[in-house]
Design a protein around this ligand. Sequence first.
Ligand SMILES: *Cc1c(COP(=O)(O)O)cnc(C)c1O
Length: 467
Amino acid sequence: MTVPIRNHDIAELRRLDLAHHLPAQADHRLIASLGGSRIITRAEGSTIFDGEGNAILDGMAGLWCVNVGYGREELAKAAYDQMLELPYYNTFFRTATPPPVKLAARIASKMGGHLSHVFFNSSGSEAVDTVFRLARHYWKLKGQPQRRIFISRWNAYHGSTVAGVSLGGMKAMHAQGDLPVPGVEHVMQPYLFGEGFGEDPDAFAARAAQAIEDRILEVGPENVAAFIGEPVQGAGGVIIPPEGYWPRVEAICRKYGILLVCDEVICGFGRLGQWFGHHHYGVKPDMISMAKGLSSGYLPISATGVADHIVAELREKGGDFVHGYTYSGHPTAAAVALANLDIIEREGLVERTREDTGPYLARALATLNDHPLVGETRSLGLIGAVEIVREPGTNKRFLDKEGEAGPVVRDLCIRNGLMVRGIRDTIVCCPPLIITHAEIDRLVSIIRRSLDEAEPILRALKPEAAG
Ligand SMILES: *Cc1c(COP(=O)(O)O)cnc(C)c1O
């Protein structure tokens, strides 16, 4: 397939961007000082192209989502065909359309176990909102309406809506909008490098899980509705918990009869080398949220997986669950998601991530461990991180504070042709699952070169010059 390359007037687009567009999660003063956003005009495979014609290896799969890579004609065709047949109809008032029904069955077969139903939404945040309302509604139906509290972790990311920000553990997000809403409790995250440096991983896992149990006992187990967590925290800095953490969390939830919710928005659809992140850790959540890789970002769609015992409660007690979106089960988005799952299956992307490219990425990242700015590299499947430190063998940051080094290295990576994110002082990557060995080698060599270039800049930092 050849796509005609359209010419865009980039200067005019940047002018209009500033004049009329407020991009997401942005420092608007900074964007204004830069003269507008960087305009990305096209993409193919694992590579994006900007308006200046620069080819950039997309180490972030868009925003952790383009699992099958860019330029997939069959996804465009699935949308085209569905739009002609039935572009839209809703799922309110006892109706449904073929694509979401088929997609629900397909997702159920991937979730397995006692998760056999899904509720559709359009974004990860909305999938989390559905969890929020359904968990509390469920406990009301069960005759335990006092179970309202959610337990989450500091530095978790669960989206940008009111419920998503509240359940999330980002203090800077809480500060805007007077959040969290009442009934959300945050506990420590399982971040070994940052919060348990040098500690035995299993002892640390036990300590981080104990923090959950302690809080449950503090607020009263009879008041707790659910615990929610990302199997691997993504936006928080690719925080991969020690293996013993999740089984302990599950045991604590079971002990007190609390719902276990896994936010699979990044970890789902092959990212960790399994269909879902909780499969890697061997736990059985009662609800899961999923989005991003479900359609590889080609259209907005998300789903909330719901365990049989919760569905049974809804069916037994009856009455409307008065929740749903105009675009719940959007047929065109669902058709694209189905075609996306076809690709993931046909190309064996889950197995390939687990057995081939995931281990390859881990080995490639580990070659950076000899770099004087690297404190740790870690990855699971195709999501990884490089910790930047002042002194190798420590977790000491430049100027003894967080966030000095990350943006410097990130900007150099982008200039050198690799899109990554810098979260505090952690460079993170989450490439498309179709990434090749040669592209992984390039990804790592650009990080190394950028670290080399950053070193003199970072060593010259002076406390007074910071800020
Ligand atoms: C991205 C993300 C969300 C929010 O998804 P949106 O589609 O941006 O609303 C929620 N949870 C996790 C774990 C995410 O990574």
